[in-house]
Design a protein around this ligand. Sequence first.
Ligand code: RIB
Length: 293
Amino acid sequence: MAKIVVIGSCNIDVTVESDRFAHPGETLFGKKLNLYPGGKGANQAVAAARLGAEVTMVGCIGDDMYGEMMLKTLKENNIDCSCLEILPGENTGTAHITVAEDDNTIYVIKAANDKVEPKHVDAAIEKIKAADLVMLQHEIPFATIHYAIAKCAELNIPVLLNPAPVAPVPAEVLEKVNYLTPNEHEAAILFAGKSTEEILLANQDKVIMTLGSKGVAYGSNDKVVNVPAFKVKPLDTTGAGDTFNGAFAVARANGMELAEAIRFGNAAAALSVQRKGAQGGMPYLKEVQDMLK
Ligand code: RIB
């Protein structure tokens, strides 16, 4: 069984469903308010766990109602929470999401996620040493992300960095990362002034660029390869990228070839957008296998 450590964020997603997005200065009636477990870290952990990986979550939550909700969800998904610290007097991270027009907008309040420190990485070091792959995103402090990546490089543990929300990835960090998984907008900011082809050919087998309904592109053997997306009607795209990341990570940790692992990730993401909430539609292994048939 693939062993994955996720060092990242836990949020509760306060989600408004609406027919359309409001313009600046406009007041609209939303259709419904939902509270869902989310956070790019927790989402990727749940996606990987549902697909059969043994997952450890490293991070921080508050000692509030949202923290309890998060802990319950992670445990229900068989995720090892022994490296998740509950911080007294702190709030759990939240994301304020509008779902409309087959898309979403998200504002994240980091709260406890901002307290994930290098000491949390050190406390999880035995889990990291035993991992097939470590996953990180950009919702915890950069000092911690960079510390974790340096530790993994020292230990020769493969790392996947999902650079969302987008922020610069220093060259010495990029060098130590095995997979960087930006979407096309994030890639355009990270590699400003470069075309998609230039980015992918300069970072072969490393930058795995998600393109939404256009699938996923990467560079390999001096060529750009596109792995098409599965065509589905989306109900809620929140967490589709996280599902892709979690599924891709499991597939690679299980030894699948790059293109095959991307196709596996695409199938999982396509299934995930057909139900509400970031984690609501995250599929189990059998569902992905059936889709791939
Ligand atoms: O990627 C989707 C996630 O981004 C949401 O679950 C939200 O919590 C934000 O972190």
